[in-house]
Design a protein around this ligand. Sequence first.
Ligand code: MV4
Length: 581
Amino acid sequence: MESILIANRGEIAVRIIRAARDLGIRTIAVYSELDRDAVHTSMADEAWNVGTAPAADSYLNVPRILEVAAESKASAIHPGYGFLAENAAFAQSVIDAGLIWIGPPPSAIQMMGDKIESRIAAEAAKVPGVPGTNEPLTSADQVKAFAKKHGMPVAIKAAAGGGGRGLKVIRDIEEIDAAFESAGREAKAWFGNPAVYVERYLENARHIEAQVLFDSHGNGVFLGERDCSLQRRHQKLVEEAPAPGFTPKLRAKLGRLALSLGHAAGYESAGTVEFLYSDDEFYFLEMNTRIQVEHTVTEEVFGVDLVVEQIRVARGEHLSVTQTPEPVGHTIEFRINAEDPSRDFMPNPGKLVKYQEPAGPGIRVDSGVVQGSTISQYYDNMIAKLIVSGRDRNEAVQRAKRALAEFEIGGVDTTIGAHLLILENKPFLAGDVSTRLVEDTMNFSAVGRKTAAVLPEDEELTERSLTVEVGGRRFTVKYWAKVLTAPGSGTRVAPRRNAPKLSKGSALGGGEGVVSAPMQGTIVKVHHKAGDSVEAGEAVCVLEAMKMENEITAPNSGEIVDLKVQVGDTVSAGSILMVIR
Ligand code: MV4
């Protein structure tokens, strides 16, 4: 295997490039027009344009990806996760094109992609599933009969769904008719397959994933478990290994179940078998036939490079790891996404005008960005994965607090504040994790943006006021600054750069409706464009200064008649930012 084409982007593309490099294999990146200057694009040995920004026109553009594979003479393709990673037809077309597919056989992808088929395979392999049906439902009456027999709540799931997509929880018999109808409609619309099935919905269970790795010679190894119970609307927030409170006995039992399913499926490469763990029992949920986002915590604790192992297996090698390693220490992964936890994790794409990763003991950051990168609404909101290890869970938690506080990201809202809140959550700290923890015990609505919430607790903020004169008019503004102890350690005033110039004919500063910078800083968000109407007191832009984001508000209602700044501008105290008349 002389070269690998990575059919992906972002942090996982960087991750695969690193693994290939470790094996001395040449790397071929593909990029969309939006990713022409992305980290993965410049990092690979060569890079090819596969199309325009929309994923359908680029990262999902199978003919173009295969064409590039042929033109670049790639030996193999690694799909990463998402995009085409679990597309059996794509996997088959790669193999038919004479390339090595770094992943499971298309037959295994196909089997596990149909959640009803995967349940049947699990049953045949004596891997107990959540009580449920193994035939597509044809009427709401079947759901009612199931609920009568097994109890409520129940979950209706899309056979072509997975990862929580197409999952409907029903807590009241009266809701079954409507839920059954909408589940089928949504499954058809979202996945192109209306088939749905029903399971008993297990409340308060833990979501435990088993990492498995198979070679092409029938050998399989269980590489430990991950606890992924902390999810929000089926989006994982935090993953950890080993699972809190897991014993070697439990780990061995889980491993036997996971390997049994893998063998039954004729599995090869890395895969993850998902279970619910409740009342000392494991219940099979689904199997993911890809390397997962959270593979990193397994790597850190069980001491294996899963992507290197995938490549080795794809080269026809026998497993180099044949026994489940003993876990060493504890690792927690935090997904740093461009989302605003205080607004229900609303995506907040934008330019990373400030980006500085933490480092130091126990810290690993997997990312595909640098300062100046843009998180685009065309792709997922992930900025980076912060992977924190310690000798035990408490040390990992302490280090995580330090690393999250150290993580400098400006220009987008991030999930850092939410993670810091999780690290103060008592059930979480006690290891009492379950799929209900987030919903039952956490409220993110008050989570400030990272810079406002995470100044190390020994730093205090003092209220200060600043008197400025703009265009002959005197303003006194309040601001809050860190107490700097070292003498002369005042904030270095950055030289003015791109500071907005007063345009001809505009207000010469001062006067009604002039919005000025209360202090020197960087514009990290502009909420409006020229011509927009705004209300008095409404946030119009965000100025980052002294590690804090400061909302600048409209002094009066009116129209923005002159917008002088854009994201990334450095402004000095008193600079006019915009005029509202
Ligand atoms: C379930 C379940 C309880 N009972 N199925 C969520 C993602 C996908 N992997 C499957 N998931 C679940 N399926 C039954 N029959 C609980 C989850 C689940 C979960 C549900 C709600 C909120 C957070 C969750 C975290 C992990 C798993």
